[in-house]
Design a protein around this ligand. Structure first.
Ligand SMILES: [Fe+2]
Length: 421
């Protein structure tokens, strides 16, 4: 028993150090010796989830639920995977089952908050996050989520209080954004100076730094990308080996048959966005798309390889690709936004309603958006003349939006982010 205990502790340390391939190997050996070890199986499932082998993780958790129906951990872990995959209703169902068994675990409450955020119910999400930090006041991820929740509702002072209680992910850059919205310029520059010196850069701080430099006519001190408009890559994919009109047809069919859950997105007017990461699907169309995106990401890096900007020079050592679909109806549009968690972002245009000689349906990029205070200044922008079959890639700190169109057709694009690990 001591043996299983100490070897299980080893698995926990592999998990904590983020060495997931080693974790999978060691967890498989462990389960060979202790096939009924509940937490050993949970951690094996976690390694599969981290390595994007979701179907294997789902199998383990379903089996655990059958064999040990009164233990909550498998329910929470299964719900986490459904959440990753954008299957929000399933994730809610399993988080609830977990809480029914054990009502003092902060994780399923935090998960419910994320699932309800996906469904656009921010008030309900807030209640669940509050419950999570009530159970565990030092739960950093839930403080970040609570901060994000208040920020999305314009309650910037409440958001700052929670961002101060965590260093998790973008918490401090989100705090920077709240100072900016509140016009607390001293607090803004104090935070920006700290962030500019950190090893890890992010596109949110970069975007705010560029915006403030334009607004106040001062130096842009954040070393990511001074003017992301100069780093927009645009070309047709129709000359690529793996991409042609048949591929587009297959993709559109795949999306209409395997309908992903579409989630609420308050920037999208008359449009829908798929929930979760489509790259997690192990289907041939998605695998081909991933190959194309990876190649274009390499081409992007190569094209700007002479640049001294952080976006190129400090390219992340390892990253995940995150992909989703956006469908916009006639007269709909996507308001200007950035991808805060991305490093570079892109879109592939699968169907673009084209009205020759107009900018309808095109992509507009620029340095202003998100209702940032603008002091009446005009910020630089540019229209990218995209067509069906094109790809556009740019630093994630660049604002982008779509121009409404009058043709009675759906505008379908596949968007992606390269997200540093
Ligand atoms: Fe976008």
């Amino acid at each position: 028993m001591t043996n299983s205990k100490s070897r299980y502790q080893d698995l926990v340390s592999y998990y904590q150090s983020g060495k997931y391939e080693l974790l999978r190997k060691k967890a498989l050996e462990f389960i060979n010796n202790f096939p009924d070890h509940y937490n050993g199986l949970i951690i094996l499932g976690i390694s599969y989830r981290q390595l994007k082998e979701n179907h294997k993780a789902i199998e383990i958790y379903r089996d655990l639920i059958n064999r040990f129906p009164n233990n909550s951990a498998a329910y929470t872990n299964l719900a986490n995977i459904f959440l990753d995959m954008g299957e929000l209703d399933e994730s809610i169902e399993y988080y609830r089952k977990s809480i029914k068994i054990k009502d003092n675990d902060c994780n399923p409450f935090d998960g419910l908050g994320l699932a309800y955020t996906g469904k656009g119910n921010l008030e309900k999400a807030c209640e669940y996050y509050k419950k999570a930090v009530e159970i565990n006041p030092s739960f950093e991820r839930a403080h970040l989520n609570l901060g994000d929740n208040y920020r999305k509702r314009g309650m910037y002072k409440d958001a700052i209080k929670h961002y101060e209680l965590t260093n998790y992910k973008l918490s401090k850059s989100q705090k920077l954004e709240c100072h900016y919205h509140l016009n607390e310029i001293d607090g803004f520059y104090e935070e920006l100076n700290k962030l500019a010196k950190q090893d890890k850069l992010n596109s949110l701080a970069a975007c705010l730094s560029t915006h403030a430099s334009q607004r106040f006519g001062v130096d842009n001190i954040y070393p990511f990308c001074k003017n992301p408009i100069d780093f927009v890559y645009h070309e047709s994919l129709l000359n690529e080996d793996d991409f042609d009109e048949d591929f587009i047809t297959n993709f559109l069919e795949y999306i209409s048959i395997n309908k992903p859950d579409f989630m609420s997105q308050n920037l999208l007017n008359k449009g829908l966005q798929s929930a979760g990461n489509l790259f997690l699907r192990d289907d041939i169309v998605i695998r081909k798309l991933k190959k194309i995106v990876n190649k274009k990401v390499d081409d992007y890096k190569e094209k700007y390889s002479a640049s001294i900007e952080g976006v190129i020079k400090r390219w992340p050592m390892s990253y995940d690709l995150y992909g989703w679909v956006i469908e916009i109806e006639k007269e709909g549009n996507l308001d200007p936004h950035i991808h805060k968690e991305g490093w570079i972002s892109g879109s592939i245009y699968m169907n673009l309603p084209e009205n020759e000689g107009t900018d309808e349906g095109k992509l507009k990029v620029g340095l202003h958006g998100a209702n940032y205070p603008d002091d009446g200044k005009i910020y630089q922008n540019k229209i990218i003349p995209i067509r069906t079959g094109d790809v556009v890639i740019f630093p994630s700190s660049l604002f982008h939006e779509t121009i409404p169109f009058k043709i009675n057709e759906k505008r379908v694009s596949f968007a992606f982010d390269l997200m540093p690990k």
